[in-house]
Design a protein. Structure first.
Length: 305
């Protein structure tokens, strides 16, 4: 299992140069059964990473370009009266009925359209015209978004942000990686040639193994101290929710598994904490959540009082 994971990391690092940690966190999010939000300015490789993940996981995927005129029916699907076939309404599923959804520039769509993902991401189903329809399994959403300061964007509501297990920032490449990009082949061409390294059954096996990674009472005490400290940050209306706590634990288990261990260490929690917590602790103050997360990690003792 670890050999396959290391090979996936190697292949993805050949596409997204100089971003090993972000690649590993993206895989961690998927192995933990969560959804991933990638935020950065245009041209930083957000869509490239999402496409590469889709190719290498071997899952049926759809790319949805979110724009300000995108309607909910464009995502979910719609019914059309078919006189020739059945003289009744026939449902035509939208692009959301895939295993891996790339919601590209999600915050360029209106809040009404953004909200169609809420039920899908949490319940793995959608309600359309009074009928509940299950989504394919596994079901992942990888969303990209531009910074809210850019024109033509709508801020994702807290309820939507909380559905994403992790948020990543890619950042500018270092000079060596950027030189390789300038001298090398187009990333899109390389992405199209990526091999499929993980079958659907293997992915399901990894996700089940993640759930069996053990946690000690002392480790759970540490996680609880982090959650409690987040709820007592001055100036914040609320801290990390129980859902965020469960997500943090799943992500730490997936990170431990990727390190070749069957138990979680405090180092695993710390490795994923920023990606899990920052977007949940922002609350309208862009850039402040990173400082809050660092203070939390520094101020909460691993061993307790």
């Amino acid at each position: 299992m670890n050999k396959a994971i290391n090979q996936i990391v190697h292949e993805l690092n050949g596409i997204l140069l100089g971003k090993d940690r972000q690649v590993r966190l993206a895989l961690c999010s998927l192995f933990a059964g969560g959804h991933l939000l990638i935020e950065d300015i245009p041209g930083m490789g957000k869509t490239t990473l999402a496409h590469a993940l889709a190719h290498i996981m071997g899952l049926r995927y759809q790319r949805i370009q979110f724009t300000n005129d995108l309607l909910p029916a464009d995502v979910l699907g719609y019914s059309i009266y078919d006189k020739a076939a059945s003289s009744s309404l026939v449902f035509h599923p939208g692009p959301i009925f895939a295993q891996l959804i790339l919601a590209d520039e999600i915050n360029r769509a209106s809040p009404r359209t953004q909200s169609v993902l809420l039920e899908a991401m949490e319940e793995r189903q959608v309600s359309i015209e009074g009928e509940t329809r299950p989504l394919p399994q596994p079901f992942f959403v990888i969303a990209t978004q531009n910074p809210i300061e850019q024109s033509g964007t709508f801020a994702l509501p807290e309820s939507q942000l909380d559905r994403f297990l992790m948020r990543l920032h890619l950042g500018y490449p270092d000079p060596q990686a950027e030189r390789q990009l300038l001298e090398g082949e187009d990333r899109r061409s390389l992405t199209q040639r990526l091999p499929t390294l993980l079958a659907e059954e293997q992915l399901a096996r990894i996700q089940q193994t993640v759930l069996r990674v053990s946690t000690s009472p002392a480790l759970l005490d540490y996680v609880q101290r982090l959650l409690e400290a987040s709820r007592n940050i001055p100036g914040l209306l609320y801290g990390l929710s129980p859902r965020a706590g469960l997500g943090l634990l799943r992500a730490a288990k997936a990170w431990a598994l990727m390190q070749g261990r069957d138990h979680v260490l405090p180092d695993d929690v710390q490795a994923v904490f920023a990606a899990v917590a920052e977007h949940r602790l922002e609350q309208g103050e862009s850039g402040k959540s990173r400082e809050r997360v660092q203070r939390l990690l520094a101020g909460v003792s691993v061993l307790g009082d």
